[in-house]
Design a protein around this ligand. Structure first.
Ligand code: ADP
Length: 683
């Protein structure tokens, strides 16, 4: 009989022995049971009975069925017995440790930790001495710790999930063991893994993937990048790296990016994560941006080329008439006594002057249209009156070529429309001028105005310019609106022009909200159609007083304010030749002084230059207008200025002038204006 057996004997027989008393009063639970077929609880101390919430040993025996099987919760029993068996088999000292649940009297569940010692004896059988303690609180604390660990893990996983959202496939790879564990797989690589995504060989996966999906020109590169040694070398310097490659065109062309991240903690690199994602959209966007940049660059280059061509054309177009001017002037000097020839040369000079002026005006117009500095100003426009004035302005030109030149406004229902009359007039004049210029003598030119789609407020207007002239080739039509472009036959036939008229016309028509269409057959003629939607005026149009300018019977005195000596001399002579008395001032302040001293009515009108030293024309006008002297401060003032834009005209009127005329002075128009203003002043 061994020591254990003796102890049991003693415990069971000497119920009052001091050892038993000590064991009974131990704070922790203690019990002895026989395992095996004749399983039986041999002893349980007080603390053990208390753990089960029992009052007596008898009660405890009844509750547990007097066996370990009754002590352990039925759900834990199998694993507990198995664990004890395994531990005892492996333990040198026949010891085991298990944790399990129990059901107390009253039904509450508690956790027990159980330290067992096993002995075996032929007589007593398989005996276990067990120290047991209530581990419920400990378990709770452990569960809490586990819970928070699980929570943190969950958060980390969510974070990883969030960060990896862009990736179609994600793998964990152990380079040392050549293992790849899929975490997320795209439809592309799904077939390379088992259904339940079991790990497989990394090297095998790679070669299959590259062969099946990667485009031939990137296969070698990707194969090299996926070599474990290569990955280790790169990841020893960086935490992560990227590989870009293309998918085979015959499968589904696209751009992919593979990111490899070192997730191992050791200095030896083995554990990596690989993420594959499509970068199609980004690459496409990048390519679009690059294309946009290239286009912008090309446009900028084209603009520079166009500007240079423009400048060289301009220089050519200015030099040619200048050359003629020099020539005519030299010829005139050598034929001073031949009146007939002199007149011819002067007429030549006049034509060249007009051409030069046209060129300068056109170039300025183009640059202002392009710079967006020209804005339409809507006024009431009398369409029949406008077309009549265009017709009469070109009547002489058409008659000189013996053209049949007609207008037809019968298609107009409303006569008054709101538009920028001056700009519309410029368009109509230009197209009429071209039709006449490019039609052979004896031909016909017509202007037709039509109205359609009208309602109470607006209508669509069509202005059609038709000729049976030289026509335009299909090829030239595609360049016709480009500056300085002229059809070859035009230049050869010697018809004067700059090739800027239609560029400006198109700009103006678009500014007015319309379109221009050209239909032409070389040798048969052309048809230019301007289509403009315009607001209509329902009210009757005011009647104009077309009284002819009165002759200047009484000698009127004009104050000519001009700082340029040559201009002063020419203008003085022209005015004196027209029957005026002319007084001069070389800047605005002298003009103001002269007016201060003059008696009311002494001067009939002032012709005022704008840009002058000391005091400019605007300032001088404002000073005169604020003098408060009847017959002086209300004197008609006409701006005569080389600043010929709309805004200059506007500024002149705003400063108090009555009219604005651009230099070089058209003496006929100037006399008309003087007559109109002086008549008004005296009426
Ligand atoms: P320009 O008349 O000063 O040369 P435009 O810009 O007005 O410049 O016209 C450009 C070119 O278009 C002309 O040189 C001419 O070759 C052609 N063109 C314009 N109008 C007509 C027309 N009615 N018939 C034939 N050709 C025309």
């Amino acid at each position: 009989m061994n020591n254990d057996q003796h102890l049991i004997q003693n415990l069971l027989s000497q119920s009052n022995s001091s050892v038993r008393q000590m064991i009974d009063k131990m704070p922790g639970g203690f019990f002895i049971y026989r395992a095996g077929g004749n399983e039986e609880l041999l002893y349980a101390n007080q603390a053990m009975i208390r753990i089960f919430n029992c009052d007596t040993l008898e009660e405890f025996r009844q509750l547990t069925g007097n066996s370990l099987r009754g002590i352990v919760h039925p759900d834990d029993l199998e694993s507990v017995e198995q664990s004890i068996k395994e531990q005892i088999a492996q333990s040198q000292y026949d010891l085991d440790y298990v944790e399990y649940r129990i059901i107390q009297k009253g039904g509450r569940i508690r956790w027990i930790e159980d330290y067992g010692h096993y002995t075996c004896d032929e007589i007593a059988g398989n005996i276990f001495y067990v120290f047991a303690g209530d581990a419920t609180e400990k378990k709770k604390r452990q569960a809490q710790v586990m819970d928070s660990i699980r929570q943190a893990q969950l958060q980390r996983l969510e974070m990883i999930e969030g960060l990896s959202i862009d990736y179609d496939s994600i793998f964990y790879v152990d380079l040392d063991s050549d293992q790849i564990q899929p975490y997320r797989v795209s439809s592309r690589v799904k077939d390379q893994f088992t259904e339940n995504l079991l790990p497989s060989r990394f090297s095998g996966f790679n070669s299959d993937y590259i062969r099946t999906w990667v485009c031939p020109e990137d296969q070698e590169h990707l194969t090299r990048c996926m070599e474990p040694d290569y990955i280790r070398t790169i990841l020893s310097k960086e935490k992560t790296f990227l590989i870009n490659y293309k998918i085979r065109k015959d499968v589904k062309p696209g751009y992919m990016q593979l990111r490899i991240v070192n997730v191992g903690r050791d200095s030896h690199i083995s554990q990596i994560v690989m993420g594959y994602r499509s970068v199609d959209n980004e690459i496409t966007r990048q390519m679009e941006q690059r294309q946009l940049l290239e286009e912008t660059l090309n446009q900028a280059k084209a603009a520079i080329v166009a500007k240079n061509i423009f400048l060289s054309n301009m220089s050519h177009d200015i030099r040619t008439p200048m050359n003629a001017l020099f020539g005519y002037t030299a010829l005139a000097k050598t034929h001073l006594d031949d009146r007939q020839k002199l007149l011819e040369y002067i007429n030549g000079i006049e034509t060249v002057n007009e051409l030069l002026l046209r060129l300068i005006t056109d170039v300025l117009d183009i640059s202002r249209i392009e710079a967006g500095r020209m804005h339409p100003e809507k006024t009431l426009c009398d369409l029949p009156q406008l077309i009549r004035s265009v017709h009469s302005a070109h009547e002489e030109q058409a008659a000189a070529k013996n053209l049949c030149f007609t207008t037809d406004i019968s298609g107009l229902q409303h006569h008054g429309v709101y538009t920028d009359t001056q700009k519309l007039s410029q368009v109509l004049h230009q197209l009429t001028d071209n039709a006449i210029k490019y039609t052979e003598p004896g031909g016909h030119v017509s202007i037709t105005a039509q109205e359609s789609d009208g309602d109470m407020n607006s209508a669509t207007y069509r202005f059609i310019f038709e000729d049976n002239g030289i026509g335009i080739s299909k090829e030239f039509l595609s360049h016709i609106f480009e500056p300085f472009e002229r059809q070859k036959n035009t230049t050869l036939s010697g018809v004067p022009g700059t090739g800027l008229g239609l560029t400006i016309t198109k700009g103006l028509v678009e500014m007015l909200g319309g379109t221009i269409d050209i239909f032409s057959t070389p040798g048969s003629g052309s048809r230019f159609v301007i289509t403009l939607p315009l607001p209509v005026c329902q009210k009757p149009l005011p009647v104009h007083d077309f009284a002819a300018p009165s002759a200047f019977d009484v000698k009127q005195r004009i104050l000519l304010v001009e700082d340029n000596e040559i201009n002063l001399e020419i203008e003085t002579e022209l005015l004196e030749d027209s029957g005026f008395l002319v007084d001069t001032a070389s800047d605005g302040s002298i003009a103001v002084e002269k007016l201060q001293k003059a008696a009311p009515g002494y001067y009939s009108l002032i012709l005022m230059d704008i840009q002058m030293p000391v005091m400019d024309g605007y300032q001088a006008t404002r000073t005169i207008r604020s003098m408060g002297k009847p017959g002086i401060s209300d004197i008609p003032i006409i701006a005569l200025s080389a600043n010929a834009f709309d805004e200059d005209r506007k500024m002149a009127i705003e400063s108090g002038m009555n009219a604005h005329m651009a230099k070089p002075v058209d003496i006929g128009l100037l006399l008309e204006k003087i007559s109109e203003l002086t008549r008004l002043a005296h009426s």
